[in-house]
Design a protein around this ligand. Structure first.
Ligand code: GLN
Length: 548
């Protein structure tokens, strides 16, 4: 069997320039040449996983099928490559240290002094190799978080250096850099890139490919300059200008001859047929769609800019895009701060301007009554509504209060002593919260769900057994199910034993599309396979718009 190849993607100059998308796109072009590719993310922070972090701090928490709570980039890899990643493909400084420290406590180092080098670095290398084996990959792409020169990621760069030293032909370094274009100077500047390479050199690493992110395409002169000063071949400097859609990036890479360069450097044959047809078709839809739809995503967005929001809800945004573009529609997403409707009740009427309303997942009490008012508005005005996790729980509360007439209906998350806790803590969660154990203790990851036939959910999925990913502590309280059903609510999805309510919806004769899921459908959506619930929502919106 051929040896596994490893590509490390490192950041130079600055963060936030799309290293995750670039890494996913490298994966995509290699995959499209017929190779089995897997992608890993290394996060240099000390948190053991991303689960305990506030999404406004570090972006969305992406939940893997296994239930591991990871970085949003893992979502990009899955969406671009249409693959499901195992937990082996993610590590943080915290998780690596935790493994080594546990081993040390168990005397597994047999009395040795345990050190960062070699014990921690060896653990990193072992994890990378194990992920390669587990995924039976021809090529493993490893994205190291942060920027060259960060104190935090030196350990991982060192592990990568050692891998290259031991196996030079099968390890490749790619640096993603940024080429600023100061308007006043009117010229693209390559100096920061040169310095970033020097920093990497000081760590014993020489990038062989440089991806030059910039506002516009970099010219040959700049390519030659980078090549000369950064010790790479001119053809190994890849231009990566700003794009309209992130899904353009692999196509642009392909156009710039990136696949040829990278395969040659890895010693892999270029002969296999490139299959980009389906991807190309999706990207064309993105560029050709003409009709717009307006979607309101209602949540608690106090003090957060658009930029922070698009990071915190990246999977939701992408799932909306996949479904919309596949239905030839351009989605316009507006973030609506629910607290607005608490301060001024009448303001909720602004939602009449929208073709659809989405309430994403969330925690805590801020903005909740405002969100519930917008759910009432969606129900009464027959505006298509999709509730994701918290959005489903709040939809059930709204229904209990305003249709069933239980005015005090609430969730135990906010009002533990409410008279009608229609949403209550799951039994298994009680001990965790009592003991204050928060890390990785929610109901996490993929669980099977059974769908009731002749419902919106069953129609959307086109089958009655599905599996979707979760991240919650609370659930619909079974004591209220009979009453809720009698008042008209349909629990169209449940756990196979019928005990946990997974999907709630209104009958179509009451509302064209009012549905909430306890799971997060956004985690399994990709351009080539939009998630069925998002797809059904957008299809309903399209139908309503046409009939108007
Ligand atoms: N806060 C709710 C719970 O824990 C919903 C979680 C979510 O939306 N991800 O059950």
């Amino acid at each position: 069997m051929a040896k596994t190849k490893y590509i490390f993607v490192l950041g130079g100059v600055m963060s936030g320039i799309g290293k995750g998308v670039a890494t996913s796109s490298i994966g995509k072009i290699i995959q499209s040449h017929g190779y089995k590719v897997t992608v890993m993310k290394i996060d240099p922070y000390v948190n053991v996983d991303a689960g305990t972090m506030n999404p406004t701090e570090h972006g969305e928490v992406f939940v893997l099928e296994s239930g591991l709570e990871t970085d949003q980039d893992m979502g990009n890899y899955e969406r671009f490559l249409n693959i499901t990643l195992p937990p082996d493909n993610y590590m943080t400084t915290g998780s690596v240290y935790q493994t080594v420290i546990n081993r040390e406590r168990n005397l597994e180092y047999k009395g040795k002094c345990v050190q960062i080098i070699p014990h921690i670095t060896n653990e990193v290398i072992n994890k990378i190799k194990k992920a390669g084996q587990k995924n039976k990959a021809d090529v493993v792409i490893v994205e190291i978080g942060g920027t060259t020169g960060d104190y935090e990621n030196q350990l991982f760069t060192e592990a990568a250096r050692q891998m290259k030293l031991r196996d030079p032909d099968n390890v490749l370094f790619v640096m993603l850099s940024y080429i600023p274009y100061p308007q006043k100077i009117g010229e693209m500047k390559t100096k920061p890139t040169q310095q970033a390479v020097r920093l990497l050199n000081a760590a014993g690493v020489q990038p062989e490919i440089i991806i030059a992110r910039s506002e516009r395409k970099i010219d040959d002169k700049r390519k030659e300059k980078i090549a000369l000063f950064c010790n790479v071949e001119p053809e190994a400097v890849i231009s990566a200008p700003d794009v309209e859609s992130i899904y353009d990036v692999p196509l642009n890479f392909e156009k710039d001859g990136f696949a040829k360069v990278i395969l040659k450097k890895l010693g892999l044959k270029n002969g296999e047929k490139t299959d980009f047809r389906q991807w190309d078709k999706f990207v064309q839809k993105v560029h050709q769609a003409k009709d717009k739809i307006k979607l309101a995503v209602v949540g608690k967005y106090f003090n957060t800019g658009d930029c922070v929001l698009s990071d915190s809800y990246i999977s939701v945004i992408e799932a909306i895009k996949h479904a919309s573009y596949n239905n030839d529609l351009i989605p316009q997403i507006d973030w609506i701060d629910a607290e607005l409707f608490e301060k001024e009740k009448k303001k909720v009427k602004m939602l009449a301007d929208y073709d659809g309303i989405i309430v994403p997942g969330g925690f805590g009490s801020r903005g909740i009554e405002g969100i519930i008012s917008s759910i009432t508005f969606a129900r009464e005005n027959k505006i298509p509504y999709l509730g994701l996790c918290y959005g489903m729980q709040l939809m059930v509360i709204e229904f209990a209060r305003n249709v069933l007439g239980l005015k005090n209906a609430h969730t135990a998350e906010i009002k533990p002593r409410a008279r009608d806790k229609v949403i209550d803590l799951m039994e298994k969660q009680k001990a965790h919260l009592r003991q204050g154990i928060y890390g990785a203790t929610m109901r996490l990851g993929a669980y099977p769900c059974r769908l009731k036939s002749k419902t919106i959910a069953a129609k959307a999925y086109g089958k009655n057994k599905i599996s979707e990913r979760h991240r919650h502590r609370y659930e619909v309280n079974n004591q209220y199910i009979k009453q809720l059903e009698k008042a008209g609510l349909i629990f169209s999805g449940t756990s196979p034993d019928g005990q946990l309510m997974e999907i709630a919806e209104l009958p179509t004769k009451m509302h064209p599309f009012m549905l909430g899921s306890q799971f997060h459908p956004e985690f399994t959506s990709s351009p080539l396979k939009p998630n069925p619930l998002f797809n059904e929502l957008i299809k309903t919106i399209k139908r309503i718009k046409k009939s108007k």
